[in-house]
Design a protein around this ligand. Sequence first.
Ligand SMILES: C[S@@+](CC[C@H](N)C(=O)[O-])C[C@H]1O[C@@H](n2cnc3c(N)ncnc32)[C@H](O)[C@@H]1O
Length: 301
Amino acid sequence: MRSVKSSVKGRKAAGTRLAVLIALQALGLGACSLQEPAQPRIDEEIAKQEKIYRSRGADVPGGYVTNRGLSDYAEVLSTGFCDALGRLGSSDRWLDIGAGEGQAILDYYAPGDNAAPGEKCGGSGPKARAVAISIEDRRRDKWKQQTARLGDDRIQYLSGKRLSQYSLEELGKFQVITDVYGGFTYTEDLSRFVDKVLRLLEVGGGFYTLATGVHLEDGKDKLGSLYLTELEDAFGRGVKVCSWLKKISCVQVTCESKSDSKTPIELIKIRKVCSETSVPRTKLVEFEAGYPPGRCFQLEQ
Ligand SMILES: C[S@@+](CC[C@H](N)C(=O)[O-])C[C@H]1O[C@@H](n2cnc3c(N)ncnc32)[C@H](O)[C@@H]1O
């Protein structure tokens, strides 16, 4: 049987990947099943990933996109995101995890005539306070100009740490949380990440994100699909990301499967319905640096 390293790298060789998957599925196994200890390799790949975060200027890889605007968010997030943003009042709060340059928040706050088409997403009513989080500081001058215009308490940009490294007191609570190719796509500790997001979310609030390169909830994966994030249970059986999310207590999870490209994408909305959320634990068993990285997680019993 092939190791998961081959399986993650398989996104570069779809044909091989498919053959491996079929072989593994025939054996009743998920794609993360390991033959050899992976930790030294994981550490090496995580170091490579750090270099991507630290890259600047011409060294930023072309595929590492950090400037998506609000219209892009409206396009890639699940139905209902723009309305949820539009319903927020001026004392409510929106957290954008993995905000890159913070362009979506700048568009949200763009004044009248300067508004990008996506400004309509979120309506023209009162604006919520918005917090952007990024590991690396990717702010441009326009962020500083907007902060000067609005005053510090309306928009905030936090960098230098991962989401998991902030205390709940530091960040406070939010009614809307977004993550577009941010921590949800990049984290090495998926369950800890989701647990933190849910703790930061007010009861009744919504987390909007997407999972790219995952096995689709509706099972309509196309032949030759490329997989980036894979989950398996303790017996090595493949588990879909949405099925895992639906095991979390105190939330309602909605997944919209998109199968119109080679990369299957799940648009995810998680509504918090009560405060005692509990996320089934995952353990990283393989990681390959990239944008996005390839990851395999095993569910702990
Ligand atoms: C590819 S960029 C996406 C930026 C933006 N959302 C966009 O679509 O243009 C990835 C962003 O996620 C951030 N990120 C990755 N893992 C994170 C984590 N665990 N906590 C906070 N930010 C994270 C990176 O620092 C970066 O800002």
